[in-house]
Each structure stands twice: as structure tokens, then as C-alpha cells.
Design a protein around this ligand. Structure first.
Ligand code: HEM
Length: 369
């Protein structure tokens, strides 16, 4: 029996948290080689803390996959989903702050031990990759250079495990199916999208009239540019409602979600104030927050790499800052949700929903007599 178990009854803090094991896992390479560099401990601890938080994020994401894999997601489960997404987002904020701690190490202090790490690199963070995959970033979506680093820098065990995970549905795919099941936009008596189209076209007609009215003052060149802009806005709206245009954009990789899922997400965003849609809207907003925080971290990490390395290459052999900046631009997962803003219209112009539908969208807290 250990000494700690003799001293106190029941669970002991250090045993419960297995601190002996945990705190014995910092082994600076420089110390092993007989010339310990003070800042290498910070470098190791910051990375380890990241990996612990990645583990927590993955734990939350697995639970989301489980909930969305069910045939239908009932309302109180959506509350759990929202709470867990909020937790992930808070963790992401912590992760951002940890780069400030990392940067208390100067580039010259880093150089004292950096070469000892080659070829190890963040490329080999299997948990970071797992988060990307769970969110919905597929290997086939990656740019060629990114794909090569992704597959090429991992050991066989990690690579095969990740490839297995990628075969299962991601959060993006499950949310797509959930969005496709959202009711409300069509019933026997009412097709919302016909109404929406009428509203958009009357808005665009009004815009054209305003442009033409101002042309007398602003001149012919102004008229041509403005009409051209208006035409491209019209074309954009067309892509929303036309299955053929949507298909083209999907083939070009510019859209990921199905047309039905995008339309239903737009409906939720437009009628977010209706009681039943408030929680789904919070959910979509949090999905965007998470994508945004992830991307913001990528940019911030790219800046840190530039500050530490200038234009030197990374320990994993990439171009360093430039590679990381491109990866931040190219690896957005929930861009379709951000792009919904293109199709929003002012609240004052929202088509009036028929009474039956308004009934369905409301909670019914009736006063009891
Ligand atoms: C001195 C601090 C750091 C520097 C200079 C640095 C630099 C780099 C560089 C240059 C790369 C590109 C791959 C390569 O060529 O090695 C990279 C990738 C990466 N780093 Fe860091 N890094 C630092 C700290 C961190 C920390 C604290 C984390 C937290 C886990 C991290 C996570 C990653 C990840 C996940 C990648 C892969 C990103 C991708 O492929 O999109 N790095 N890092």
C-alpha cells in the first residue's frame, strides 16, 4: 500500500489525478544531451497542455457525433449540444492565450534547442488532425501540399487510425442530414421559397430603380458599374435556389452542404426570433464560432512561427509561416454557414408566414383559466 493511502482515508488528490505519472513526462532533449536549455521545459509543457485540451475537445466532439447519429435529435438534446459547443469554444479561447505564454520564449532561446527536435513537428499532432476530421475536413478537401504533409509526416499507427476515423460521418455531414430534416419551409399550402424569391426580386428591382435615379447625378460610368454589381448579386441569389448552379459550386469545392441543408439553415437564420428556432440558431452560430476560433488560432500560430523563425523552414520541413498562413485560408470547414449572410434580407422585408406555420413555430404557454 502506498504512503499516501496510509495517510488519508478514501481518494487522494495526487492518486486520483495520477500526478506522479503526469508530472514525470517532461524530458527536455537538451537535458538528455547534457546541456539543458531552460526554455525547453516551457516548450514541452505548453504543447502537453494543448494536447490535454485537444483530448477534451475530442471528447465533446464524439458526444456530438453520437447525438447527431440518432434518427431524430430531440429539443433537450439540442440544449446539450449547444452547451458542449459553448464549452469547446471557451477552451479554444484558452488555447489562443497559451500562444502568449509560448512567446515569452525569445527566438534566440528557441534556437538553442530547436534543431534537436527535427523532424518532429506539429504536423504530427494526431489529435489536432482528429479534430479537423471530426469537424468535417476531409483529406480530399485539402490542397495537395497540405495533403502530402498530412499523410506523409505521421507514423503508420496514427495515419491508419485517422484514416479509420475519416470513414465515419463527421459533424459536418451529420449536421447536414439534421438540417435537411428541419420542417417548416414547405407544406401543402405554402412554399416559403416562392415567397422569399418574390421578396428578393422586388428588393433588387427597387435597388435598380435607385441606381437609375442616381445615374443622372453620378454619370454613365457609375450606372454601368452599379448595374454590373447588381447583376452579380442577382446571379448569386440564383445560385441559392437553382439546383444546377448549386451542383456546379459543389463540384468546384465552393460549397460543402447540400442545397436543402443550406436553404433550411438560411430559414433558421432569417426566422431566428421565432421561439422554436432560437436554439437551432444558437447552434448554427456556435458552429461558426468554432470554425472562426480555429481559423483565428491558425493565423495567430502562423504569426508566432514567423516571429520565431522569420523565413526559416519548420522542423517538419514546410515553408513555415507561408505554409501555415495558406493552411488557415484553405481549411475552413463551415464556410457555407458564413456565406448565408449573402442571402439575408432586412427583418422588415421578411415574408409574413401563414398563421398555421406561426403556430408551429411558437411555444404555447397558454394562460390557464
Ligand atoms: C515556438 C513555438 C512554435 C513554432 C515556432 C511552431 C512552428 C510551426 C511550423 C513552422 C509548422 C509547420 C510545420 C513544420 O514545417 O514544422 C507548425 C505546424 C503546426 N504546429 Fe506549431 N509551432 C510552435 C508551437 C506550437 C504549439 C504550442 C502548438 C500547439 C499544439 C503547435 C501546433 C502545430 C500544429 C497543429 C501544426 C500543424 C498545422 C497544420 O498543418 O495546419 N505549434 N508549427
Amino acid at each position: 500500500m502506498s504512503e499516501s493511502q496510509n495517510n488519508v482515508e478514501g481518494t487522494y488528490y495526487g492518486d486520483y489525478l495520477q500526478l506522479e505519472k503526469l508530472l514525470d513526462t517532461q524530458s527536455p532533449m537538451s537535458a538528455k544531451l547534457g546541456n539543458e536549455q531552460h526554455d525547453e521545459t516551457l516548450f514541452i509543457i505548453v504543447h502537453q497542455v494543448y494536447e490535454l485540451w485537444f483530448k477534451q475537445i475530442i471528447h465533446e466532439m464524439h458526444s456530438l457525433v453520437e447525438i447527431f447519429s440518432e434518427k431524430s435529435v430531440d429539443d433537450h438534446k439540442l440544449g446539450t449540444v449547444v452547451a458542449r459547443l459553448e464549452r469547446i469554444n471557451r477552451i479554444q479561447q484558452l488555447l489562443m492565450g497559451q500562444l502568449d505564454v509560448m512567446e515569452t520564449m525569445t527566438p534566440m532561446d528557441f534556437l538553442e534547442f530547436r534543431d534537436l527536435l527535427v523532424p518532429a513537428s506539429g504536423f504530427q499532432s494526431a489529435q489536432f488532425r482528429e479534430i479537423e476530421i471530426l469537424m468535417g475536413l476531409r483529406t480530399s478537401d485539402r490542397k495537395a501540399v497540405d495533403r502530402e504533409y498530412f499523410l506523409g509526416r505521421l507514423n503508420t499507427k496514427d495515419r491508419e487510425r485517422l484514416q479509420e476515423i475519416e470513414k465515419r460521418p463527421s459533424i459536418l455531414e451529420l449536421v447536414e442530414k439534421w438540417l435537411e430534416r428541419v420542417p417548416f419551409t414547405e407544406d401543402a399550402t405554402f412554399n416559403f421559397w416562392d415567397e422569399y424569391k418574390k421578396t428578393v426580386y422586388s428588393m433588387l428591382d427597387q435597388d435598380e430603380q435607385t441606381i437609375r435615379k442616381n445615374a443622372a447625378q453620378m454619370g454613365e460610368k457609375y450606372l454601368a458599374i452599379q448595374l454590373e454589381n447588381l447583376e452579380s448579386t442577382k446571379e448569386n441569389f440564383e445560385t441559392l435556389l437553382s439546383p444546377e448552379e448549386h451542383k456546379k459550386l459543389k463540384e468546384q469545392g465552393k460549397r460543402k452542404l447540400s442545397q436543402k441543408a443550406i436553404l433550411n439553415a438560411l430559414f433558421i437564420s432569417l426566422y431566428r426570433d421565432e421561439p422554436i428556432l432560437q436554439q437551432p440558431y444558437r447552434f448554427l452560430k456556435l458552429m461558426m464560432d468554432i470554425d472562426q476560433s480555429f481559423t483565428a488560432w491558425r493565423y495567430r500560430h502562423a504569426l508566432m512561427a514567423q516571429r520565431m523563425l522569420g523565413t526559416k523552414i519548420g522542423t517538419g520541413g514546410s515553408s513555415g509561416h507561408q505554409y501555415l498562413k495558406n493552411a488557415a485560408d484553405n481549411n475552413r470547414v463551415y464556410l457555407d454557414l458564413f456565406n448565408l449572410s449573402t442571402f439575408l434580407i432586412p427583418r422588415s422585408k421578411l415574408p409574413q408566414l401563414p398563421g398555421v406555420m406561426r403556430e408551429k413555430l411558437n411555444f404555447h404557454f397558454n394562460i390557464q383559466n
